[in-house]
Design a protein around this ligand. Structure first.
Ligand code: MG
Ligand code: MG
Length: 262
């Protein structure tokens, strides 16, 4: 991982990232279509993994080393995060139930270029609070993307998320943040989902960011399962996550992982 300065991408490099983002968007759309009561999260994982490999890509999450000693590498091609799980849920044989919400996060490498995107979807009919959480988190991503304008600052992106989420009465998770992306999945800069508008690094044309608000209904605190990966809301409240890979273009943000019709 490059811990130094932000690496601005050339137009040619952005074309490579576009192809990666398109493949990921199609994979996520297929997974989203497959979500239904009775389907297991490992079945969703297989949908993503097979589609990515069939299209010359590599699922980038599979085998990612853990940040702490004694924890096995990530065993899935998607993160499948249901209900109170914020991020990094491990695909399993557990079946989805009517009324659940599930966050699906996935990453692709294509011709050396990374893309990273997540969506939270309802399993069948969900209650009003779950529906509102999903809508607010999706809108927070849209607001953050809209703030990724050349000449704006990183604080503008975080402030856009925080304003929208907190005015809805929900909380922004601070333990995890978005990130630069390109030849590595995680590059500088960090992209917090909170901040003060007008502060932080200036966004230059060619900056590629994975912007990913994580929103809890209750407190923003996090606890981890014994598997070392699964991150839940400490109070057990519902959590949602949306993410796009975005490039700061000369005339505004370009979303590389936009799904058809989304
Ligand atoms: Mg992601
Ligand atoms: Mg990410």
């Amino acid at each position: 991982m490059n811990a130094g300065n932000v690496v601005v991408k050339t137009p040619e490099q952005i074309e490579g990232m576009r192809a990666s983002g398109r493949l990921l968007a199609r994979a996520l759309a297929l997974v989203e279509e497959a979500v239904a009561p009775g389907v297991t999260t490992s079945e969703l994982n297989t949908v993503a993994e097979e589609f990515i490999r069939d299209n010359a890509g590599t699922p980038s999450f599979l085998g990612v080393p853990a940040g702490s000693p004694g924890i096995a590498p990530f065993p899935g091609s998607i993160c499948a995060s249901t209900n109170d799980v914020i991020v990094h849920g491990i695909p399993s044989g557990n079946a989805l139930q009517e009324g659940d919400i599930i966050g699906i996060d996935c990453g692709v490498i294509l011709d050396g270029w990374h893309s990273d995107s997540a969506v939270t979807v309802a399993v069948g009919e969900v209650d009003d609070e779950a529906e509102r959480l999903i809508a607010v988190t999706r809108n927070a991503l849209d607001a953050a993307v809209a703030a990724a304008q050349p000449g704006n600052r990183l604080g503008d992106v975080g402030a856009a998320v925080q304003r929208l989420v907190e005015s809805a009465g929900f909380s922004v998770v601070r333990r995890f943040v978005g990130h630069g992306i390109g030849e590595e999945m995680h590059e500088p800069p960090q992209v917090p989902n909170f901040g003060v508008a007008g502060t932080g690094a200036v966004l230059e044309v060619g900056t590629a960011l994975a912007i990913e608000p994580m929103v809890n209904v209750g407190s923003p605190d996090v606890r981890f399962d014994a598997d070392g990966w699964t991150a839940r809301s400490a109070d057990g409240s519902l959590s949602a996550h949306f993410e796009h890979t975005v490039v700061v273009g000369a005339s505004g943000p370009i979303v590389l992982t936009r799904r058809a019709g989304a």
